[in-house]
Design a protein around this ligand. Structure first.
Ligand code: FES
Ligand SMILES: [Fe+2]
Length: 360
């Protein structure tokens, strides 16, 4: 049901400490996260191999975790190293350990075949740990299948309709056909809206009223990672040619991670590179994002409710669906490859659809 052999975002770095055991369900699996004595993040299945109690209800003992139901003790590799009242430790007394990598404030986890976990394949989100950029960490829980959230993120034509007073703006934005370019592990979606009114959120952090050139260019990667460069610049100052000198720029990192078949985690941030010494600007941008993402949250949950009422409902595809259809194809292909492979392949193989160029 999920792609396993890939890196998922499990948590913000700030969520996991040396003092407490942190639990989160990922891909239908309860996962325990904590930091060992060196501060390194560790991940085990949060289900004791004895009788299934959550290890997150246990306690840390010198970097090891003791289950506080009947007292079994596990090391960070998941091996049981002590069973009360007996010397012999059953050979199968262990819980799964997952590869984890902490990189620029995100904790990435690999839920598939550990031998395929290559940290080099983790996307670059440099702005999450760069003094030139400021942001606040965001998280939302969704009670819907994660693909309804990735659908939403793959079609920005919803911006003026769902977000008219936050990140949306002029409805002519919806009439723009994006350019969609294939990437090895996803796609790049580019939208340029030239000489348009500044969006509401840009008006909040500038005094601009004249037309701007506005862009959203983002990579959307399997399993559900959005990395975006966006912004606005006074119209005709050269932003489309790469001159961002007069621009307000944003770098967004967003990740959708399945929790169960009907729920998911949504991690997000919107970093800015103007007024970085003014915490009020960072707070304002973050609040606009929160407001906007609650608008998505409400719409997607309402959509989910309708879809659940009638599972036979058939959607009518339109051109706006090109990116999300391609992404769903990629996900299905990866799941199929993993299912059919004795040693599940880390990377989807097979023919890819042609590059979809939707610009006129
Ligand atoms: S369930 Fe953990 S020790 Fe019994
Ligand atoms: Fe949205």
């Amino acid at each position: 049901m999920f792609v396993k052999n890939c890196w998922y975002v499990a948590a913000w770095s700030s969520e996991v400490s040396q003092e407490a055991l942190f639990s989160r369900v990922l891909l239908n699996t309860p996962v325990l996260l904590w930091r060992d004595a060196q501060g390194q993040v560790r991940a085990l299945e949060d289900r004791c191999c004895h009788r299934g109690a959550p290890l997150s209800r246990g306690r840390l003992e010198n970097g090891n975790v003791r289950c506080l139901y009947h007292g079994l003790l596990f090391n960070p590799e998941g091996e049981c190293i002590q069973v009360p009242a007996q010397d012999r430790i059953p050979p199968n007394a262990r819980v799964r350990a997952f590869p984890v990598v902490e990189k620029t404030n995100w904790i990435w986890i690999w839920m598939g075949d550990p031998s395929l976990a290559d940290p080099a394949s983790i996307p670059d989100t440099f702005w999450l740990d760069d003094d030139a950029w400021k942001y606040r960490e965001g998280y939302l829980h969704y009670g819907v299948n994660y693909l309804l959230v990735t659908d939403n993120l793959l079609d920005f034509s919803h911006l003026p309709y769902v977000h008219p007073t936050t990140v949306g703006g002029d409805e002519s934005f919806a009439n723009l056909r994006p350019t969609i370019d294939n990437l090895a592990n996803g796609m790049r979606i580019s939208r340029w809206h030239l000489s348009s009114p500044p969006a509401p959120f840009v008006r909040k952090v500038t005094d601009w009223t004249d037309p701007v050139d506005r862009w959203n260019v983002y990579d959307f990667l399997v399993p559900g990672i959005l990395l975006m460069h966006s912004g606005s610049a006074p119209a005709n100052t050269g932003a489309p040619e790469g001159n961002f000198e007069n621009a307000v720029e944003f770098r967004s990192a967003q990740a959708v991670t399945p929790e169960t078949a009907d729920s998911c985690h949504y991690f997000f941030s919107q970093a800015h590179n103007i007024c970085i010494d003014d915490p009020q600007v960072t707070a304002t941008i973050h609040q606009i994002l929160i407001d906007a993402f609650h608008e998505d949250h409400a719409m997607i949950h309402a959509q989910q409710k309708n879809l659940q009422i009638d599972p036979d409902f058939e959607m009518v595809p339109v051109g706006l669906d090109a990116a999300l259809n391609r992404f769903r194809w990629m996900i299905n292909k990866r799941i199929e490859v993993e299912k059919n492979s004795a040693s599940p392949a880390a990377h989807g193989q097979g023919a890819q659809p042609e590059t979809v160029q939707l610009n006129p």
